[in-house]
Design a protein around this ligand. Structure first.
Ligand code: UDP
Length: 235
């Protein structure tokens, strides 16, 4: 599998064409952004950690019946993935109040929910990824009802698998964002699952071990990513 022309450069990854029209290569960067690109920085080693962690988690999810775009890890930063057309929705699952939920609804961070909740944002940088609901998604024709139902089903399944997976590493899954794509008419999980896209707190101390360390200038950013990686037994 060879990298051909660069198709796209995003905030955290570069994407390349390959000889196979159905396969792309993603190359994870150490670049970090927050607040819709307003805050920029570098988290040394993040690209390799997010690549390896995403692939490990995606393999686990495949076993649990969630189809993903993963084809094959090629190097510490590069992975071959199925070329999907991304559904322009950020799908957020929350188990505990934090971040924008806490701000919007005046609920203190750390408040546990009686059951997990789901949220959709319209993936649109110019608008700042506004919060929408499933009817808005239909109104904008971002997905069909059938696709929305599939996305919800997979998102809650991902939550169950991830909660258990992180808990055995003494990490509490507070919330996370995932994205889906269409591949030959089927909805599959795409993008990444990493400390960039999940809130992970130490179960004993509630120490934040995720991108909030970067967003909020809490220090020890690199160390937190490495800590998560090691706790999960990844190399
Ligand atoms: N998230 C993400 N990308 C985004 C926005 C959010 O990966 O563009 C993740 C974030 O890391 C957290 C969850 O989605 O795990 C919920 O984020 P929230 O809506 O609270 O937004 P934030 O407080 O990060 O602005």
């Amino acid at each position: 599998m060879n990298k051909l022309e660069q198709l796209y450069e995003g905030k955290a990854k570069k994407v390349f064409l390959t000889e196979d029209p159905d396969v792309l290569i993603v190359d994870y960067k150490d670049d970090a952004t927050a607040f819709n690109g307003e805050k920029k920085g570098t988290i040394v080693g993040k690209g390799a950690i997010n690549n390896r962690m995403t692939n490990h988690v995606f393999k686990l999810l495949e076993k649990e019946g969630v189809p993903t775009h993963l084809v094959e890890e090629l190097s510490d930063r590069e992975t071959a993935v199925k070329r999907v057309s991304i559904v322009p929705l950020e799908v957020i699952i929350r188990n505990v109040a934090a971040g924008s939920f806490s701000k919007r609804l005046g609920v203190p961070e750390g408040t546990e929910f009686t059951e997990p909740t789901i949220e959709f944002s319209y993936k649109n940088d110019d608008l700042g990824d506004p919060l929408i609901n499933d009817y808005f998604a239909r109104a904008l024709d971002l997905a069909t009802w059938e696709e929305i139902e599939t996305i919800k089903k997979y998102a809650f399944k991902v939550n169950e698998v991830l909660k258990a997976y992180f808990l055995q590493a003494d990490l509490k899954l507070i919330d996370f964002k995932i994205e889906f794509g269409r591949y030959h008419g089927q909805i599959i999980l795409a993008d990444e699952i990493s400390p960039d896209t999940c809130r992970l707190w130490d179960v004993h101390t509630n120490e934040k071990l995720d991108k909030d360390r970067f967003r909020r200038d809490l220090g020890n950013v690199e160390e937190a990513y490495v800590e998560v990686f090691h706790r999960l037994g990844l190399k």
